[in-house]
Design a protein around this ligand. Structure first.
Ligand SMILES: C[S@@+](CC[C@H](N)C(=O)[O-])C[C@H]1O[C@@H](n2cnc3c(N)ncnc32)[C@H](O)[C@@H]1O
Length: 284
């Protein structure tokens, strides 16, 4: 009989040898998924046997991880803010760093106001839906150039009982002709400079969609496109919160300022990198 403990140790060892960054965590998460055991069961019932079916499921998942597929893609879900979001091949795998944007917006808005929010490049919908969870009177539209991402965001909205306050649309933000003005515009646009894409970790380069990564030759194309759109879509004193790459704060501040926005401040992520820019449209 192969025990839970032996199975866990053997997968950890293979992950370590295979150059996986977090072998202990990844092995445990996959073992839990393959066996249906909870974290505490794995500790308390380490001597329990693992069935042949569970071992086969684990073997298949471990092989995928060794090909550098992220655990969230193998499991099809990623925890973000206060919920689990379905992740599909057409969506970016939501990053913990993006929670900086949620904190930034919540610090600027009144919780009970009926805000209209627009999410540019919604992916799984994680940003918009997390904000709607926190702002009970708000409504939101998420747009994405990818039909698959829009479909996934709709499924996530439904799973979180937020379909009544959210809408999702397949749309290129360059072609957006808004019917109304928005109190809050958020976005985590693709911001990797083209030459840097080849240097990304295989987990990112091979599995995140290129449309979610590439920000053009200098990584700033999407900020220029979005900045030219903002004056047409923001209500007076409307708020903008954009995620940025670690070294892009000065450039994106310049782009937003040139478009007529008043940049308020930047927020850093847990690693201390500037991760989000907050600005307002203060003109009439
Ligand atoms: C970095 S991902 C962010 C996804 C999600 N908001 C998140 O934070 O996890 C950028 C998203 O923008 C979308 N996108 C790229 N160019 C776009 C465009 N011109 N119009 C609309 N969406 C676009 C991509 O398909 C992708 O889903």
């Amino acid at each position: 009989m192969v025990t839970v403990r032996d199975t866990l140790l053997s997968v950890q060892e293979r992950f370590r040898a295979g150059g996986i960054d977090t072998p202990e965590l990844d092995a445990r998460l996959l073992l839990q998924a393959a066996t249906g055991l909870r974290h505490e069961d794995i500790i308390m019932e380490a001597a329990r046997g693992v069935t042949g079916e569970a071992l086969a499921r684990l073997e298949e998942m471990a092989a995928r991880r060794l090909r550098r597929e992220p655990v969230s893609r193998i499991l099809g879900a990623r925890a973000f803010w206060n919920a689990d979001f379905k992740v599909t091949p057409e969506t970016l795998d939501p990053r913990p760093d993006s929670e900086t944007l949620i904190e930034g917006v919540l610090a600027e808005v009144a919780k009970e106001k009926p805000l209209a929010i627009l999410d540019l490049g919604t992916g799984t919908g994680c940003l918009l839906l997390s904000l709607l969870q926190e702002l009970p009177q708000a409504t939101g539209l998420g747009i994405d150039i990818s039909a698959g991402a829009v479909e996934t965001a709709r499924l996530n909205a439904s799973a979180l009982n937020l379909s009544g306050r959210s809408d999702f649309m397949e749309k290129d933000w360059k072609k957006l002709t808004p019917l109304s003005l928005y109190d809050v515009v958020i976005g985590n646009p693709p911001y990797i400079a083209l030459p840097e894409i080849a240097e990304l970790a295989p987990e990112v380069r091979k599995y995140d969609p290129i449309a979610a990564l590439s920000g053009g030759p200098d990584g700033l194309d999407c900020y220029r496109e979005i900045a030219s759109l903002l004056p047409r879509i923001l209500a007076k004193n409307g708020l903008v919160a954009l995620e940025i790459g670690a070294a892009q704060a000065a450039d994106v501040k310049g782009i937003l300022g040139k478009a007529g926005l008043s940049v308020l401040h930047t927020l850093a992520d847990l690693a201390g990198h500037d991760r989000c820019i907050i600005a307002r449209w203060t003109r009439v």
